[in-house]
Design a protein around this ligand. Sequence first.
Ligand code: KDG
Length: 316
Amino acid sequence: MKTDLFTFGEVLSVFISSDTDSVMSATKFERVTAGAEVNVAVTLSRLGLKSQYFSRFGNDQLGSVMLADIEAEGVDVSLAKRVDSFTAAMVRNPGKTAPVEISYLRKGSAASTIEPADILDTYISSTRWLHTTGITCAISQTGEATVKHALKKASDLGVKTSLDLNLRRKLWSEADAKKALQPLAENIELLIGGEDEYQVVFGSSDVKKVLIEANNRGCKIAVMTKGDQPMRYAIGGEYGEITPPKVVAVDPVGSGDAFTGGSIAGLLSGMGELDALKQGSICGALVASMFGDWTGTPTGSGGVIDQVIAEKLGSK
Ligand code: KDG
């Protein structure tokens, strides 16, 4: 089967406190399935493309329900492995009145045992795009080796790639992140990160300079996102900014992944780079306007967002 996107990583059951805005005082929690890479896979699927997601899941109830959730979104999870460990979780508050605070239950999880041999060459040769993130590098050394292996294989096979730096300071130090991610942030079609993430990996807070440097390192489209603020990009040495559509943001978690997914889908549909990034910014804004990592993800076909949704946001 030819896929539009292949991605892998760790997916989490996210328990969001629902009766108070603090995990400490809450007695009720809502569970949703989320994870940086799977969020991107779901975005492409909602936009009418074929995405395939790989992970190792535990032989437990959370593993089963999360696989079902992802499958229900039309993402192919047939390659997933079930292993003798637990499936990871995250606990957080909704962030309505207090800043979002998260706790992970993931060290030693099923997904952290992921290894290069899990990613067969055929998974990459049969896709149009490989997406990876820094989170998989942070969860374990074998996770980092797997990302490295997959990106190298994609480069050998001429498959386009994206890397979201996605620094998770609760998982590793900035020094370790820089050591692992700097060599990976090369020859990538679409490199994404926040201002602080580029600063850690590229060692400078000069926005224009780091984005152009990313281009010089072979990252064709380098994007620096900043929530609802204008995103900065450099494409082939040309710097520019895009202002995302205005929405009432209730939950920004997952909006960066929707941006990434919307941009990749646009590029795969044949859009020009700027139109693809604009589509990404619509997807990101819509996800920020609802609770959950993919609740607000828009629908579309052939990788293009439904016209009426884009028009509602005044973006077309
Ligand atoms: O990008 C959103 C993700 O950060 C969230 O869903 C959880 O993948 C996650 C992580 O590892 O923090």
